[in-house]
Design a protein around this ligand. Structure first.
Ligand code: ZN
Length: 486
């Protein structure tokens, strides 16, 4: 009897052990599978949008760009970081009284996106905060996230032993710096010392693409005069041995499809033919009043589309002076503008005050946007509107296209009341007016819808700025054009 009980119990125990083993195997399989990371090609901008904060006053100018993901927690974190800088410039200038119009603070925050795969994303923010020509802060901030888990994503999740990968990456970086012939010995020594001093927390950031790990060093720490970010790119295939076993490298030669890289890498006189945006046929009689609505600083991922919908509904057109930073995120919107007969104008790459920039920088700021628009839409830009509407003799000489300003400015970036904006524009509208609006604010978008409706009811017809220039019928290259001559 006892024997039987013993046998029964041992059988039970064996069963339990067996089931337990199966269970453990399943758990570890699930673990391995769920930890699996594949490096893969992905359209970087597929599920990411861009937003911006633009502001100008006599005390400071600000252009701050930041990404919008599908993940509210990550958006919130990025917002908080951006807000700190926006608050800082407000605070720093609260009691500041400028001596002249050049006595100003300036904040520019830009970012780059890199992706290791659909979930792992890197944002590389470059912060340039200046007073006149002096840097108060020039910095790089990298944020690496797993979009699926809401969490930050670090090297330790990709690599095995912190001590081993730290040593390897630091030595690798020192090697790369030592071999670089383009930088001075002083700078080299400093960068190497910086790596030694800090060891991996030590780099001023790192980011992940599907082909490379990038390590960054901020040379502004050497001296405020150095404002470059030193990037060390290490191909994943060279550090395969440091990666965790559940990481898979997928070799593919697909090229990135971001316009910015095409502008700088691939564009070689491929586009010899000048082709202007196809004009929407506005049937004009001599008695017609014409007006041009223009929108700066966009496109915006929410509001521009609403404006386009309303223009389409009313068989009307407008001109969008877009920023280069936003083109990669707005390809569909830009092509829709063209298909509706709207005009795309050039508002520079990232909204710098061009009157203070070198000739080369002015050319770069304008040419890069011309090229990007040509790549995306197949058409050439005809009109330029410099940031802040600021131009000078030098710019008129360098920019071989009409510089188009405005003569109705409801200051919609400041006044966020759509009815007030609408009233301002409608009360000032006359034949030949050019209206300045910004399609990055909800209030401006709402105002635009009302403006279109009211002006149509008052007998106005909408034209693009180039149609307005054609109506004025004179050679306009380099001429500041504000409105049609009466
Ligand atoms: Zn602007």
């Amino acid at each position: 009897m006892i024997n039987k009980i013993c046998l029964y119990l041992s059988e039970k125990i064996l069963n339990i052990i067996f089931i337990f083993c199966i269970f453990m195997v399943c758990i570890s399989l699930i673990k391995i599978y769920s930890n699996k990371i594949i490096f893969e090609y992905i359209n970087k901008f597929e599920d990411i949008n861009i937003d911006s904060i633009m502001y100008t006053s006599d005390k400071y100018d600000m252009a701050v760009y930041y990404p919008i993901t599908n993940n509210a927690k990550i958006n919130n974190e990025i917002n908080n970081m951006i807000k700190k800088y926006v608050c800082r410039i407000k605070k720093d200038t609260a009691y500041f009284s400028p001596k002249d119009k050049d006595d100003k603070f300036n904040l520019l925050i830009e970012y780059e996106v890199k992706r290791l795969n659909k979930n792992i994303i890197s944002f590389i923010f470059i912060v340039n905060y200046t007073y006149k020509d002096t840097f108060i802060e020039s910095n790089i901030i990298t944020k690496n996230y797993n979009l699926k888990t809401d969490k930050e994503f670090g090297l330790e999740q990709l690599m095995t032993d912190k001590q081993i990968y730290t040593d390897f990456l630091c030595n690798h970086a020192i090697n790369v710096i030592t071999k670089n012939k383009k930088i001075s010995e002083y700078k080299k020594n400093w960068l190497i010392k910086d790596i030694h001093n800090n060891l991996l927390d030590n780099f001023d950031g790192y980011s992940f693409s599907n082909t490379h790990l990038s390590l960054y060093l901020n040379t502004n720490k050497i001296s405020l005069e150095y404002t470059n970010i030193y990037e060390i790119k290490i191909p994943w295939k060279d550090i395969k041995h440091l990666l965790k076993h559940n990481i898979y490298l997928r070799d593919d030669n697909k090229k990135t499809d971001d316009v910015a890289s095409k502008v700088f890498n691939e564009y070689e006189n491929k586009y010899d033919d000048i082709l202007y945006f196809p004009a929407f046929n506005v049937d004009l009689s001599n008695a017609d009043k014409v007006i041009a609505l223009t929108f700066d600083d966009g496109p915006h991922y929410k509001y521009t589309e609403k404006i386009l919908n309303h223009l389409e509904k009313n068989n009307s057109v407008a001109t969008f002076f877009v920023l280069g930073t936003k083109i990669d995120y707005s390809k569909e919107l830009l092509n829709r503008m063209v298909s509706l007969g709207c005009e795309i104008g050039n508002h520079s790459y990232n909204h710098k005050l061009l009157t203070k920039e070198t000739d080369d920088e002015v050319i770069n700021q304008i040419e890069s946007v011309n090229t990007a628009i040509k790549i995306v839409t197949g058409y050439d830009i005809r009109a330029v509107r410099p940031p802040y509407g600021a131009s000078n003799e030098k710019m008129n000489r360098i920019i071989d296209k009409p510089i188009v300003l405005w003569n109705i400015d409801p200051q919609d970036w400041k006044c966020k009341d759509s009815t007030k904006i609408k009233n301002h524009v409608v009360s000032k509208a006359e034949n030949g007016s050019i209206v300045l609006l910004h399609d990055i604010y909800e209030s401006s978008c709402d105002a635009t819808i009302m403006i279109i409706d009211e002006l149509i009811s008052k007998g106005f017809k909408f034209v693009t700025v180039s149609q307005m220039l054609d109506l004025q019928n004179e050679d306009t290259n380099g001429i500041i054009f504000t409105h049609k001559k009466q």
